[in-house]
Design a protein around this ligand. Structure first.
Ligand code: EPZ
Length: 429
């Protein structure tokens, strides 16, 4: 086990490359199952979750060949996913429990093989995260669903139909979108999620020969085709990583140029709130400059919403910054039922936060104090790293395997911009 050790109080300045988006890369990799032609993905981030999914795809019959790329914009891995034939339609429990996004193999397997047996992912730290919306969507296009021994088996010939989501679901939208590409007939997906990662997936599927209209809107129309062909696609930049490092620049009183594609276009909800908090953004020819434009961080009211609202994946990081705000802030989490686990850890660093149901009230204090803290989930861990960067003294973040799931080369990136940060062997279990 390792920990991250940070000596707080150093300004972050310089250029920081933003990696390919984890939440785009994962569904894009699953799309590789839909064709025997081979799918080549560029700018794939070097992350634990990518490795976990790669091993699952191999288990299902895929063979993956890699080529590493450097540090510049659009860096990351290039991988070709070749699935000449599916050799297994089962995603086993020990793989799915490690990474719930494995559920995204269900739609492609069902579409290509007429059957998918996937372990129920179970809950995780931030909520019980059911998959009922995924399953109802598959039934709406002809699949039969049965649950047995902790697995879901979906089977049948897919016929175009109408899928209406009662609530917005990123994963369910992605799953049904992939399956509908090979269904017989046209599928309408209503109240589809509009996160940019879904646009990335849809654009990649179109490059593979899928017929999709309404991309970027909440109504997607998919006309099934007999098969999809080979394609190449570049993963979009990670808007959550970019937002996290913009906050790092503001909290340390520095300035960072975030290097990546057209970040503002995919960061709307995030930029609105961060600007309200006093951050100033300037577009450059290589990316986006971020710094705090006011003497102190301004208090805000933020409510997490589906895109284009303020993203739930930025909530913990925003809260870390609001611990230092002028006055008070109110942050309401509407997407997940248990996404405030960073609160007790931030309070151990001196933060003044009270939680009442899904709302946290954060009263600004002068300084955070370094302390040993425990990461509980991916974004909570980033929240603690951000707090450590500005706290007085030393902060040790334990259980950083959570961080490795979603932040590529975090220590190297922060160190290169002036942070006093390192990975060390953990003494806490
Ligand atoms: C995706 O999770 C992301 N993960 C999450 O990012 C992100 O927080 C979430 O979307 C919301 O934006 C990936 O893309 C791999 P949902 P997903 O289905 O698809 C409920 C991170 O930190 N729901 O949009 O699982 C669900 O419980 C991760 O990178 C059902 O009730 O999220 C939640 O309350 C964390 N039934 C809400 O919908 C279902 O069948 C939104 O979930 C599915 C979801």
């Amino acid at each position: 086990m390792e920990k991250i050790v940070i000596e707080g109080g150093y300004k972050l300045e310089g250029q920081l490359p933003i990696s390919g988006a984890k939440n785009a890369a994962l569904p894009l990799m699953c799309a590789g199952l839909l064709t025997s032609g081979g799918l080549t993905l560029h700018n794939l981030p070097h992350l634990a979750d990518i490795k976990t999914l790669a091993s699952l795809l191999t288990e299902l019959g895929g063979s993956l060949s890699y080529q590493d790329e450097g540090w510049d914009i659009g860096s990351g891995q290039t991988v070709t996913i070749a699935v000449d034939s599916i050799t297994s339609t089962t995603a086993p429990y020990d793989m799915v429990r490690k990474m719930r996004a494995s559920i995204l193999v269900l739609g492609p397997l069902l579409a290509r093989e007429g059957e998918a047996i996937v372990s129920l992912p179970g809950g995780c730290a931030i909520g019980n995260r059911p998959i009922d919306l995924h399953l109802k969507a598959f039934e709406a296009i002809g699949a039969t669903i049965e649950l047995k021994d902790g697995y879901v088996r979906a089977a049948g010939k897919l016929i175009g139909g109408t899928v209406h989501f009662p609530i917005v679901s990123v994963g369910a939208t992605e799953n049904i979108l992939m399956a509908a590409c090979l269904a017989d007939g046209t599928t309408h997906i209503e109240n589809a999620a509009k996160e940019p990662e879904i646009g990335d997936l849809a654009n990649c599927l179109v490059a593979m020969g899928a017929q999709i209209s309404g991309i970027g809107t909440s109504h997607l129309t998919v006309t099934g085709v007999p098969e999809l062909h080979a394609a190449e696609y570049t993963v979009m930049p990670d808007r959550i990583e970019a937002g996290s490092y913009a906050i790092a620049a503001a909290m340390t009183g520095g300035e960072l140029e975030l290097l990546g594609g057209n970040l503002p276009a995919v960061m709307t909800g995030t930029l609105d709130i961060l600007k309200e908090a006093g951050l100033v953004f300037t577009e450059t020819d290589r990316g986006l400059l971020a710094r705090l434009g006011s003497p102190k961080i301004k208090g805000i009211n933020a409510v997490t919403q589906p895109f284009p609202g303020f993203p739930t994946d930025m909530q913990a990081q925003l809260m870390a910054m609001m611990t230092l705000c002028d006055g008070a802030s109110v942050i309401t989490e509407t997407i997940f039922e248990n996404r405030f686990m960073h609160v007790p850890e931030l309070c151990r660093m001196g933060a003044d936060i009270t939680v009442n149901g899904s709302t946290a009230t954060v009263r600004g204090i002068g300084r955070l104090l370094g302390a040993p803290v425990m990461a509980t989930d991916l974004r909570a861990s980033m929240s603690l790293v951000l707090a450590g960067l500005t706290a007085d003294g030393i902060t040790e973040v334990n259980r950083i395997y959570h961080l490795d799931r979603g932040y590529e080369r975090l220590v190297q990136k922060l160190e290169s911009c002036g942070a006093k940060i390192s990975r060390q062997k953990a003494d806490l279990i």
